[in-house]
Write a protein that binds this ligand. Structure first.
Ligand SMILES: C[S@@+](CC[C@H](N)C(=O)[O-])C[C@H]1O[C@@H](n2cnc3c(N)ncnc32)[C@H](O)[C@@H]1O
Length: 221
């Protein structure tokens, strides 16, 4: 794909976090070194639209009483998803994010009630079963990022009747070995086993610099 020069820089900086073979530790360290430039490169509403798509979908599923809905923004980064959720009336939002630098920027925005420095399913902070009404992820799925087992953790911490929302780059479903023939089959198996049910699977344009995104929405049973 040919990209304009300013998009090429954003693309290259983002690629360093998701490059083939990167470990979880390397990726998290990279985010801390990149955190100050992150929002310049991934400009919400321009180069990067995943957070807007995820929050819009969550808003539709919780049309009323939003101040009482407990949400965990997983892989919260600098707080893009939280900002969108706050702007449509959600208040009880927590952030889970393993990069200290990213989480400090999120904290400075005053959006979240709790700031959890951890990977999903980590041990720094154990989240109770059935605690949240919703978990939302944008951009947290990819090489060296949230593994397939993260899906089980999302289900564990969401109440029956609650929602799991995941916005990710569509091509990662096949490009990332951890997900290839594993992530969607796992989601389907969990549905067959009656653990959750699919609300929607939508492909959308321009998740990140022209790359399509896919938004998964599931209701936990
Ligand atoms: C592309 S950023 C997305 C940040 C934010 N959600 C957004 O949309 O701007 C991906 C984030 O995932 C976090 N991350 C990576 N591995 C993770 C894991 N296993 N569990 C939770 N977060 C993780 C990174 O530290 C990084 O901040």
């Amino acid at each position: 794909m040919e990209l304009a020069a300013e998009y090429q820089v954003a693309y290259d900086n983002n690629y360093r976090a998701f490059k083939k073979g990167i470990s979880s530790t390397e990726s998290i360290q990279y985010y801390t070194s990149w955190c100050v430039g992150y929002e310049k490169d991934l400009s919400k509403g321009e180069t990067y639209n995943g957070p807007i798509e995820a929050a819009k979908a969550v808003g539709k599923l919780f049309p009323a009483d939003r101040e009482n809905v407990k949400i965990l923004d997983i892989a919260a980064g600098t707080g893009y998803v939280g900002e969108e959720l706050r702007d449509i009336g959600f208040v009880q939002i927590d952030a889970l994010e393993p990069s200290e630098g990213m989480l400090e920027i999120a904290r400075s925005k005053g959006i979240y009630q709790n700031h959890i420095l951890d990977i999903l399913g980590g041990t720094n902070y154990i989240i109770e079963n059935d605690y949240y009404d919703c978990t939302a992820v944008s951009g947290g799925m990819g090489e060296g990022h949230i593994p397939c087992t993260g899906i089980l953790e999302m289900i564990r911490i969401v109440k029956p009747g609650g929602v799991v929302a995941i916005a990710m780059r569509e091509e990662y479903l096949n490009y990332v070995e951890e997900y290839q023939n594993k992530l969607e089959p796992l989601m389907e198996e969990l549905e067959k086993a009656g653990i959750w049910e699919k609300i929607d699977r939508t492909v959308y344009e321009n998740h990140f610099v022209g790359k399509t995104g896919v938004l998964f929405l599931y209701r936990v049973k």
